[in-house]
Design a protein around this ligand. Structure first.
Ligand SMILES: Cc1cc2nc3c(=O)[nH]c(=O)nc-3n(C[C@H](O)[C@H](O)[C@H](O)COP(=O)(O)OP(=O)(O)OC[C@H]3O[C@@H](n4cnc5c(N)ncnc54)[C@H](O)[C@@H]3O)c2cc1C
Ligand code: FES
Length: 262
C-alpha cells in the first residue's frame, strides 16, 4: 500500500454549517492511492504548533487530484485548522489504515451519524462506479438538525444518491434515530451495512445487524498520536480478547469483532 507525506495546497475552505468545515486539498498522489474508509493525518497549521497532526477520514476525492476532508470544530486543533487560509500549504500523511471492503451496490446500505458521514461519501461514490446509471447503495444519514444535515446530503445527491434522512429534533426527515430508519428497511441477510458515527449509534447498528444476520463494517475513531502503529495509543478492545490498533488494523473493522457495550 502506497503512503505519501506531501506538502499540499489548501485550495478551498468552506463552512457548511456552524462549526462544520470542508477542506479541499490538491493532493494527487494521496488521492490516487486512497480507498474509501482510509484516513489522512493532517498538519493543523503552517509552522510547528500544534506539533501533532490530527486524523481525518478521506471524505471525497476527484479525478483531478483533489482530496476533501469534512470535520467539526471540537477543540484547539480543529479550530486552528478551520482558520487556515486558502492557498496555504499543509503537510498530509496518507492514505492510512484499512478501508471498507466493497459489496455490490444493490446490497450495500450506508448509515452515518454526525461527522461519521465523512467517509461515507467516498464509499458511496466508489460503490456506484463504474456503471454511470447502475444501481446505487442505500444511504441513511442522521444529524442533530436540518442545518447540520442538509449541506452534507447535497454532496450525495450530486452523485445521484437519494438519502434517507433522520434528525434528532425532527426538523428534516425522520424524527428520531438512523437505526429506526435502518430497521424499517427490513434488509435481507445478503446486505452489507457500512457505518460510521457516534459509538452508541454503531453499537446499536451492530446489535441490529447481528439479530438480522447482516454483515456490518464500522469505521472507528479514537484519539491518535502517530497514526502509523508506533505509539500504541489507539487501542480498541476485541470481542475475542486483546486489542487492535485503530490506525493500523482499522479504522474499518467487522463490527462483530469488536467489544461493544450498549
Ligand atoms: C481515523 C479517524 C478519522 C477521523 N475522521 C474524522 C472526520 O472525518 N471528521 C471529524 O470531524 N473528525 C474525525 N475524526 C476525529 C478528529 O480526529 C478529532 O475530532 C480531532 O483530532 C480533534 O482535534 P482537536 O485538537 O480539535 O480536539 P482536542 O482538543 O484534541 O479534543 C477536543 C475534544 O474532542 C475529543 N476528541 C479528540 N480526538 C478525538 C477523536 N479522534 N475521536 C473522538 N473524539 C476526539 C476529545 O476527547 C475532546 O473532548 C477522526 C478520528 C480518527 C481516529
Ligand atoms: S495512533 Fe499511534 S499506534 Fe495508533
Amino acid at each position: 500500500m502506497s503512503q505519501f507525506q506531501k506538502n499540499v495546497e489548501l485550495v478551498r475552505s468552506e463552512v457548511l454549517a456552524q462549526d462544520v468545515i470542508r477542506l479541499t486539498f490538491n493532493a494527487p498522489e494521496i488521492a490516487a492511492a486512497a480507498m474509501p474508509g482510509q484516513f489522512v493525518m493532517v498538519q493543523i497549521a503552517p509552522g510547528q504548533d500544534p506539533l501533532l497532526r490530527r486524523p481525518f477520514s478521506i471524505h471525497q476525492i476527484t479525478k483531478d487530484g483533489a482530496l476533501q476532508i469534512l470535520f467539526k470544530v471540537v477543540g484547539r486543533g480543529t479550530r486552528l485548522l478551520a482558520q487556515v487560509q486558502e492557498g496555504a500549504h499543509l503537510s498530509l500523511l496518507g492514505p492510512l489504515g484499512r478501508g471498507f471492503i466493497l459489496a455490490a451496490p444493490e446490497k450495500a446500505c450506508l448509515v452515518g451519524g454526525g461527522m461519521g458521514i465523512a467517509p461515507l461519501l467516498f464509499l458511496a461514490g466508489r460503490l456506484s462506479q463504474p456503471v454511470h446509471d447502475g444501481p446505487r447503495p442505500k444511504v441513511i444519514l442522521g444529524a442533530r438538525n436540518r442545518a447540520e444535515l442538509v449541506p452534507l446530503i447535497a454532496a450525495f445527491e450530486n452523485i445521484g444518491i437519494k438519502v434517507l434522512a433522520a434528525t434528532d429534533d425532527g426538523s428534516f426527515g425522520h424524527h428520531g434515530l438512523v437505526t429506526d430508519v435502518l430497521q424499517g428497511l427490513n434488509l435481507d441477510s445478503a446486505f452489507t451495512v457500512y457505518s460510521c458515527g457516534p459509538r452508541p449509534m454503531m453499537a446499536a447498528i451492530n446489535h441490529l445487524c447481528q439479530q438480522q444476520k447482516i454483515s456490518c463494517q464500522v469505521s472507528v475513531e479514537t484519539v491518535m498520536a502517530c497514526g502509523m502503529g508506533a505509539c500504541l495509543g489507539c487501542a480498541v478492545a476485541l470481542k475475542a480478547g486483546g486489542y487492535a490498533h485503530v490506525c493500523s488494523d482499522g479504522p474499518v473493522f467487522e463490527a462483530g469483532e469488536l467489544l461493544w457495550s450498549l
